[in-house]
Design a protein around this ligand. Sequence first.
Ligand SMILES: [Zn+2]
Length: 482
Amino acid sequence: MMPPHDPWLALQAWQATWLAGLDPAGLGRALREARLQRLIGRARRDSPFYARRAASARRLEDFEPVGKAELMEHFDAWATDRRITRHGAHAHLRQAAPAQAWLQRYLLWTSSGTSGHPGLFVQDAASLAAYDALDALRLRGTAPLATGLDSWGPGRCFAYVGAIGGPYAGYVTLRRLQQLQRSVPAPWRPRLTCLSVLEPLAQVATRLQRLQPEVLITYPSCAAALASWQAEGRMALTLRELWLGGEQLSAAQRQQIGQAFACPLRNSYGASECYSMAFECSHGRLHLNDDWVVLEGVDAGGRPTPVGDFSHTTLLTNLANQTQPLLRYTLTDRVRFDPAPCACGSAWPVIEVQGRGDDVLQLPGLGGSPVVLLPLALETVLEEEAGVTRFQLLVHADDRIELRLAVAGSENEGNAAAAFERCRQALQRYLSLQQARQPALLHGRGAPAQQAGSGKLRRVIDLRRDGHAAGPSSVATPHPPR
Ligand SMILES: [Zn+2]
């Protein structure tokens, strides 16, 4: 079964997205308004959840903000197609290969996200067409007329390093593109190799060295770790481009990655809830895809944040997805709208995002040199092998690792102890694969501490780093890849 794809919708999305790029403030705004009205109508008519919750809503501001936990609780009443049920989705995920169509028309992916609640997201051909168009025309194309058609160009060699094998947004998206290209004759087909972020970094570096990809696709933290291998001469990749996403790219990471690989970086801001929210221009600024996405920054009391200030949280309205409507959905990211126009000349709004800032860990290695552990890898091990989603891993000054867990029914000591034991075994296996010396691992008494400002749950925190000495709850806020 092929992944969802509709050539007619794809053509329409490309045309509309391209035209909007010529006139963001005029046509872009008009498209946004028309899409919003359609989404509101569809949600109120075909989603029992919204019909009940927002019966009289006419405008976007009439919708009360909604969070992931509430939507997941009402999963079967949320979508606009009554065949979409949690039971059916899980059954599909158990049997089908990633990117295989569900109910012949949907793509499914999951997220754990920073709130610690697992999410299950359904994409239809129309939303996928919009994400494809945004990727090709804005993220990969630097000017309105550069269509980015060559980004998945003939015979190009791509390597993806991320969470693979499961229904993760980044991996599913790449597998879908790969499967859609199957009909292309082999010499013109892009070649894509997926490497697991769970592999020891040395092994990843060796495989990349053999592969010599032209484009590397990964998370900023992983790219930065690989950049130090490249800088130290332990790896010599000649990249044409580096595509980054899934985490916030810090200025330090940008510099380190840029120096090591000396190639253009294409960075984006997306989430499992909306795959393509903003794209980075040649000036390193993020531009909001304002015709397909509504983002509203709000303060702690839910009031709109003034332009120029960072928000407390952000409300997302995804105008591309009419199957699983997201109207004023709370994202824990902080967003700031920059009132100054960007020097690149693009009229799409400029935003800055402060998202999750998990730490890359260094632990003593068995061979003497330290071992680098990526937060994404640690999170994947704990989620997939130990089955926990709300956790916090804290590395103390003496290299001890404290694991705090919020387990369902955690009032029951037995549940918590069993979960900790699963985590301990999964971490031990993972650390020995990485050739790291086994640290002392203790079961933290407290619950995972949310960040004071945003309520965001940082899951991997290195207390040995500067500025972290005061403990996780007072750490300053510093954030799906493709
Ligand atoms: Zn710009």
